[in-house]
Write a new protein. Structure first.
Length: 139
């Protein structure tokens, strides 16, 4: 007779699910990842099948939840918001900039100015222009 299992976590990323599985198995807790292979095969189906469900025996639920609570929380693809804010610096002088800043308050540099300068100096040559000049040389 098989033991009852309970879903304690859901993941849309197979790698995160495997990390959690390995942590629990290292503590001798049996784990089953429902839908793992479906999501690995076609990750677009993750929402349709209810993501990857990490399941453990009911008798191990409390201990498994305690172990998973000690793991680092998942971060978004962009990382922690504080890290993003700290990374917003002027590429010219290194002074901190906010997302709303159009130009650096210390040196006046801006992304917009760099794009305009590149187009004015002719450094923004398009591939179509390059192909035309090459074909003229071959004639």
């Amino acid at each position: 007779m098989s033991e009852q299992v309970i879903t304690i976590e859901e993941y849309n990323n197979p790698h995160r699910a495997d990390m959690a599985r390995m942590c629990l198995e290292a503590e001798d807790i049996p784990v089953f990842l429902e839908n793992r292979f479906i999501v690995e095969t076609d990750w677009l189906l993750a929402n349709a099948v209810g993501n990857i469900r990490l399941q453990v025996p009911v008798t191990c639920e409390k201990r498994a939840r305690e172990i998973l609570a000690t793991l680092a929380p998942p971060q978004s693809a962009l990382g922690d918001r504080k890290e993003i804010d700290a990374a917003l610096t002027c590429l010219n002088c290194g002074q901190p900039m906010s997302e709303e800043d159009v130009a650096c308050s210390a040196c006046g540099w801006s992304y917009e100015a760099s794009e305009i300068e590149a187009s004015e100096t002719g450094n923004a040559e398009t591939p179509a222009e390059e192909d035309d000049s090459e074909s003229d040389e071959q004639l």
